[in-house]
Design a protein around this ligand. Sequence first.
Ligand code: MV4
Length: 452
Amino acid sequence: MFKKILIANRGEIALRVIQACRELDIPTVAVYSTADRDSLHVTYADEEVCIGPPQSAGSYLNISSIVSAAEITGADAIHPGYGFLAENAHFAEVLRECKLSWIGPRPEVIRLMGDKARARQSAQEAGVPVLPGSKDPLADADEAKALAARVGYPVILKAAAGGGGRGMRIVHAEKDLESQFQTAREEATKAFGDGSIYLEKYLVEPRHIEFQVFGDKHGNVIHLGERECSIQRRHQKLIEEAPSVALTPELRARMGEAAVNLCRRVGYENAGTIEFLLDLDGSFYFMEMNTRIQVEHPVTEMVYGVDLVKQQILVAAGEKLSLGANLKPRGHAIECRVNAEDPVTFAPSPGKLLTFHLPGGPGIRIDTHGYEDYVIPPYYDSLVGKLIAHGQTREEAIARMSRALDFFVVEGIKTTIPLHRRILRDQKFRDGELSTRFMERFLQPKPHERND
Ligand code: MV4
């Protein structure tokens, strides 16, 4: 087992990793920027190293500072959390060269899945359904036109180096394809230094369903069911739940098998997520793979009663997956992301938490780095905490979430709590009528509120 783990992250996920390490009796090293001196991950880690200025480029993304921090403290493994360097294949390679263990998949697999066009090919080779579209990145707009004519409009242009909604263009008719293709290519070149574009048939109102997968170094791969993540705005998820009301046991088995087959094919080790689009008729299609632990992992933990972060550490240390046979989902879990944002305009709202009262009681879990008098810095993402409710049924999970939101008191900054309270009262939400357009519709002014 590892002797000391360095956590190359901040905020709630850094604390979450420290919790897992403590249970495994492994000492921890926190790294922090000068903006995070008073952060709980620094307080709770056994050792801490300042790695640079507030801007992430100089600190949480600074590979040489982080490697130096590991060498100075004698850490022998690094957990990247999510975001920052979590899906940086180069970082994983540097660690390998420095004889530091990486708590994540092999760099080759990170690189393969980070190229969304190659990931799509791998899915296809593994027999996982993909939407009609490109086999390889498109050479030019003419090739895009010919392909779009074959698959039918609307189509979507995606940057191979993008992902998570960055660098996408929806095209409804042939007359718009040429200009959209050029724009997509220019944007991708500018944003990612790689202008490779591929094309797919566009699904207008799918659900976003993702499967939690896990692989070890001995070729064992399992899945831990799905999360429904359709409630998002501008590709930022707001609410996630498990299981999805849209899946029958048969469909779950087929999607889970597809997810596991893809992981086996690429030799996946670590926790991972296979994202699917689920169409209204029950057809599902591979969208992307995330090669990290995700923000929303707690809903799976609540339903399956497992500690995914602990498993990441055990598996990275070479242990065989011990979850296997006795995996049994129980009940329903929902997560609300509490962001330091205006609940109406979504403008960031950093600042001091003057009051911070957390709800508790049956079925409630909160993952947060917040505390009274903590100052949320403006430099990083706006997540202040995740409120997770578990119940025997979806109805019970909703009831528990609603009362926990009512009893969650934050003063000093604006948060998304009032927005979550409204969504949880929404009839469509309560009926489980979800799609990737849910928020667009929810936020549209109701007819009687319109003023135009
Ligand atoms: C799509 C799609 C419809 N058809 N691909 C958004 C994030 C990135 N992972 C890919 N995304 C989409 N790809 C095809 N062929 C719709 C989306 C999409 C979406 C997906 C999941 C959750 C929310 C979304 C919101 C808008 C678009």
